[in-house]
Design a protein around this ligand. Sequence first.
Ligand code: UTP
Length: 838
Amino acid sequence: MELNSDIQPVLKGGFRCNLCEIHVPNKASLDDHLKGRRHQKLSSVRATRKAQAESSLFVTGFARETSQLQLVDHFQQFGPVAEVIMDKDKGVYAIVEFSETEGMQSAFSHPQHTLEGQKLCVKPREKKEFRYIPKKKQYPRNLHLSVEHLSRELCQAASVNEQMQRVVECFQLSESEKKVRNLLVELLQGVFTEFFPECCVQPFGSSVNTFDIHSCDLDLFLDLENTKSFQARAKGSSDQAEECQSEDIQSEDSILSDIDLSTASPAEVLDLVAVVLRKCVPGVHKVQVLSSARLPVVKFSHRELDLQGDITINNRLAVRNTRFLQLCSKLDARLHPLVYSIRYWAKQKELAGNPFGGGPLLNNYALTLLIIFFLQNQDPPVLLSVNQLKEMACEEEDCVIEGWDCTFPSQPISVPPSKNTEDLCALLAGFFSFYGQFDFAGSVISLREGQALSITGFLNKIEEDEVMERRKKAGDRGLKTIRLGPVNVLDPFELCHNVAGNLNERTQKCFRRECEEAAKYCRSLQYQRKSTKGKVWGLVRLFAPLDGRARGLTGGTERELSISIPFKAAMLPDLVCSQLRLAGGHFRQLWFEKVCHAVVRVFQDVLKCSVAPSDGPVKDMMRREETEHGAVTDTNAAAHVGTDNEDVKQDYIIDCTLPARENGKNVQEANNNCASDTCPSTSSKECSPRDSVHVGLKRLLSCGDDTLGSPPSKRQMLDSGSKHPSALWHCLLWHRVWVGRRKVRHNLLKNLREASKPEGGSIELETQVTACIAQEHEEAQKLLEFTLEAEVLGCTEDTQTVLKFTPGEDHAGLFQDFFHFLESFLPKMTVKLLEKLE
Ligand code: UTP
């Protein structure tokens, strides 16, 4: 059989077409291929290229400013010129293509070409072998790469390990994208130096921490330390001898004279930065100063480069933690694909990636720290704890920023390689099982120590920590009080910053649930082995977007109506804090009791709701008596705070009253509607909230020292067998307390004379606001009824009281609005009340 030169027989069988770079199994398919469109097209392209090469000249030696037209004019004396291609950037060479080979030959045989006085060098064009280069795959410039597209790409891989590497390839910035970012940084450095002499623009975050993706923003730290010194020097010298001002100092007059960097607030400096950005940096638009953010920031966009940027000052720690992430990435190559894969998974499951950095989802930094923590906790560890790394640093690498020890080796060579040999596939599965079972509620994740600390242990530790105490006194960034929440991930350096402090209970639950699901899937063969039948396998199913059912729990229409009150030691009065500390393992119950007390007060006193105990798991425990109003109720009591454990159901009881306003109709309605036989009648007297907690208390739990005095045996019972303490109420809402609230508040404040303005605002003022709203509607009617269930979540210790709402009939569709209002109002008011606890 005579073979075309492009075709080669293959030893294993079949043929290879070198032109099209494909393998065909037999002669019949080879014939089809040779006649096929692809082969025909490539053959014809190759023939055209060959002809073009044979009729082209490679020309150099012309002046830099020479145009294409001048070259065409010069060469067409030898024959028609089809095209002139110039190396525009360098202006060094041109390819002159003639329509016919004769033209080229005639020009080539011409002894000397001269153009505008320059001697040209003319050679035949180099003949390159034609090779088909498949078009490089272009991925969309963001994380929203279509799932189908990514799935196709991943299914072609041979193993999960390879799939994870492909995820990196799909998302990471290309070299040219990185170059563009660097150029923008250089441009900004140049411009800012004009206005803030000796300043330094330093990128941090995803652009440089090795976990970049196409759409990631450009985080920049504008370091003005040297500018401050410059300004001080300039001031000193101008005071001494105005006439001797240097040029630099004169330039300082232009903008730095508007501000004293040593005393200006970050917001003032950022305002100035924003002006420079708006007026002096080409392509920059949408400049916005966010001065109330945790770290004030100027946001901007670049039109042509299609990227967003953030500029912060006072953010040296972020530059340092970026170096830490870079180091981790270099220490173990498995971190990189793990981070890309888990970030994408978390994005698909709607657990991470707040577009504007707010809201209750994980940010990328927090997620990356969770991954590093997981790797620190493998046996043997893949990565070392920050404390261990610190030991490996040499003296010159000592680094303290804002009082925080940020020492770690600058080079990976100082750290011995990990003995852990698990592959990516196993580590990814391990990540999911690790966090699927993690006790988030009772733990503080510390990368510094490489282990999870118990919340009480952690609180005791920070209390004892002298350094922290000193920082607290100094009032610097050191002890902003740590914000503990449903997920606690300590920054590895700024040890009072919970990088997951923005998460709510719902996100924590979803994160755990999705991890559990993923761990289950990772145990299946479908995850571990490539499908031979073309089915989806490996990462593809893991990356499936959140389905509708699961979305219901994370924020869709069927979302769970719950509000969390996080445990925050810092906002409690000192006395309560020490009570909690003394309560040891019981601090959760004690704290829960205080929260329930505050929540009932908000509904009852501030919002004028009727709150009554409801049929709950603890119903049988309640001793009931006829009240003077004829309703059946617990002895002066209403809601029951207890545990699900049969042995310890006695706990404590909160009294509830109907609306403070005396309204027979309301009372009757409430009695009819509140949890049937357990509904309390209204108490006509104003019931002090403190009374309402203590009256009729039969408790293991109570406010104040009582708890501490409870018998140890019962305490043990609570500890050993108790589930989550819980309470259940049935509530009636009488007024549209959420409508026009702001206006009423505004008017109230306007009309009140300074002296009679409610103390400290909130509780008293909000109570008055509700009273005004109530007054406007003389005939109060039951608007809504709902049950409210409170429980503390967690297995060992807990930090969250979760309030779950179940609306009753709601024909007018009011509950969503009311709940929306409660989502911000209730935690705020509860916190206010907790702050005032005695
Ligand atoms: P991001 O969470 O934005 O992470 O924090 P990222 O890796 O840049 O991801 P993109 O930009 O969302 O794709 C950016 C940087 O801000 C600092 C860290 O240096 C982080 O790399 N940061 C963030 C903190 O120091 N503390 C935080 O709580 C959050």
